[in-house]
Ligand binder design. Structure first.
Ligand code: ADP
Length: 570
């Protein structure tokens, strides 16, 4: 910048001086010309006044010196000339513009080329009456002579021009240096800003305006320094948290290049930090992960799936990092949870099996005792044992069903009519329906591809709840609707409903809103858990809408696309 500023300033000064010089030369030349014209006119007038008939014409014109005096007869013939010329051989001068001007009594000076002397002259002629006739007296000065002084002083002028130019160069150089110098130190200081080593800039003291600019830059730099320090601290904190988090986290840009990766993710994929900047393929070849990242990068679609890597099970979440174009991948290790869950399930199944056999025996013995007993007091106890063993057997039955559903790897689907299944359930629950005088209806029908036993369990548990948690004379309706994509099964009742805060928990196993009432009604706390597992196994969507004292709607959406989630609890 300094160099360019210097070149521009120099050029401007030089051009200015040159223009001034040229203007001076032009003005001097014009002045000289006017003076020369005036001299020629004066000389012609003096000569005209001095001229008379008796004069020796040739002696008269000799006084000319540099000034050329010519006497011309009325017919244009040259009578005499102050220059040593052969007047007899000279051309007729009547047509010369200065002679024509004199002839018309409006004499004017003319600059033109002299054929006789071969140079430019300023001519002026006067008509002088002499006796009965007249002559023209013409004075002329060579044009070259008028600028003789100018040309003589030109070298001196050019020298002065050069000295002034050099002086201006030196002055402008010094001045530009003084203006630029403070900016140089500001630049160096700003470079240090990124490393946080900025020191406040002091006023240069040379120019007020520059001091004001430096002060402004200094204030902005200090604000920047504070923001950068705060940002650096935030970054350190974020990096600390990211690197000490248990889940593996990494982010990729639109080209699937890794832009960020934490320590846990480095351990999961057994790579070093220099993986940052490389393509996702360098990190992992898993197709599901690659597809999910692709889908997120191109369609901003968030995905949640399970992945097994190096013998560990991960729940992988792929989603766009809000406010950025980065795709985040979070890997949560659920291997231990799964192990614990499967141990719990195993215990659950074993305990149920172990309890079922003695309970069945107790039930059998109790029935035998009931047959042979006539004592009314003992009958009371026998009824109590019958009720409790039935409840226990129902509970164990539900536990075994749940355990069986959890262990089901695949299903054998058949076409199942939802209407027929609902009707079958109505038959099984007819005693309870009649006892509460429930208005029961089944509307519509549709066939779904599913395992019949599972559909029966699903509908039995949902319809049983609708009857069980209903009021005397209540209404239960099973509505079956379909469109091109899905089938909807809606079980509605106008019973006691479920408080909003309980609605998210009722799908947990053994969770009951009111334990005593549920137990009294024969509930085990496993019905909705079984329903949830059936839906998860078939890839159906189960949802519930309920309002206390108004009723409950449970909806199962059966989609054509089947997706098996064997672990709906996670
Ligand atoms: P339970 O065998 O006790 O009925 P569920 O898992 O089937 O267990 O249901 C869990 C709890 O949800 C029940 O205890 C009950 O309080 C509530 N519940 C389920 N369905 C209904 C319904 N249709 N109306 C009111 N409450 C319901």
């Amino acid at each position: 910048m300094k160099k360019r500023l210097f070149i521009y300033t120099t050029l401007i000064i030089f051009t200015g001086l040159l223009c001034f010089f040229a203007a001076s030369v032009y003005i001097t030349h014009t002045n000289n010309l006017n003076i020369a014209k005036y001299t020629v006119i004066e000389t012609a007038r003096i000569c005209a006044n001095l001229y008379n008939n008796d004069i020796d014409v040739s002696a008269f014109v000799k006084v000319g010196g540099d000034t050329r005096i010519t006497i011309i007869s009325p017919d244009g013939a040259v009578l005499a000339d102050s220059r040593p010329l052969d007047v007899g051989a000279m051309e007729n001068h009547l047509n010369r513009p200065e002679i024509q001007a004199a002839l018309s009594d409006f004499p004017t000076a003319h600059i033109r080329y002299s054929d006789s002397l071969g140079v430019d002259f300023i001519y002026y002629a006067l008509k002088v009456i002499s006796g009965n006739s007249y002559v023209f007296i013409r004075a002329a000065i060579p044009v070259a002579k008028i600028d003789a002084y100018l040309f003589q002083s030109l070298p001196l002028l050019i020298m002065i021009l050069c000295i002034v130019t050099l002086f201006c160069f030196a002055f402008s150089r010094g001045m530009i240096g003084r203006i630029i110098r403070p900016f140089g130190s500001v630049e160096q200081n700003l470079r240090l800003l990124s490393s946080g080593e900025y020191t406040p800039e002091l006023a240069s003291g040379s120019y007020d305006e520059i001091d004001a600019i430096l002060k402004g830059i200094d204030e902005v730099a200090q604000v920047l320094l504070l923001s950068m320090t705060a940002l650096r601290e935030e970054k350190t904190k974020a990096e600390y948290i990211l690197n000490n988090i248990g889940d593996g986290i990494f982010a990729v840009d639109v080209n699937k290049n890794i832009t960020l990766i934490n320590n846990a993710a480095l351990d999961i994929f057994n790579v070093t930090p220099d993986i940052a900047g490389k393509n996702l393929n360098y990190l992992c070849f898993d197709k599901a992960l690659g597809d999910a990242v692709d889908d997120c990068v191109h369609n901003e679609k968030a995905t949640f799936f399970e992945m097994t890597h190096n013998g560990r099970i991960y729940i992988v979440t792929v989603k766009i990092l809000p406010g950025t174009i980065l795709t985040m991948v979070i890997l949560s290790d659920v291997t231990d949870n799964r192990k614990n869950a499967s141990q719990r399930e195993e215990f659950f199944a074993n305990a149920s099996h172990e309890l079922k056999t003695p309970l069945t025996a107790i039930k059998g013995f109790n029935e035998l005792v009931a047959l042979n007993n006539k004592d009314k007091n003992i009958c009371k106890y026998i009824d109590s044992i019958t009720r409790e063993t039935d409840r226990m057997l129902t509970l164990i039955g539900d536990m075994l069903k749940l355990s069986e559903l959890e262990n089901t790897q695949d299903i054998n689907p058949e076409s199942v009519s939802l209407y027929k299944t609902a009707n079958e359930v109505r038959g099984v629950l007819s005693a309870a329906i009649d006892e509460k005088a429930i208005n029961f209806e089944i509307i519509g029908d549709a066939a779904v591809s599913a395992e019949p036993g599972h559909v029966y369990e699903l509908m039995k548990n949902l319809i049983e709840n609708a009857v069980r948690y209903n009021n005397q004379g209540g209404r239960v309706s099973v509505t079956i609707k379909r469109d091109r994509e899905s089938v909807w099964l809606v079980i509605s009742d106008d019973g006691i409903g479920i408080p909003t805060e309980e609605q998210t928990r009722i799908f947990e196993r053994f969770y009951r809103v009111e334990k005593s009432r549920s137990q009294r009604n024969g509930g085990t706390g496993l019905g909705l858990s079984i329903a949830k597992h059936v839906c998860a196994l078939h890839g159906w969507r189960l949802s519930l809408k309920s309002k206390p004292s108004v009723g409950t709607d449970v909806t199962v959406e059966v989609t054509q696309v089947r997706h098996i989630d064997k672990n709906p609890e996670i």
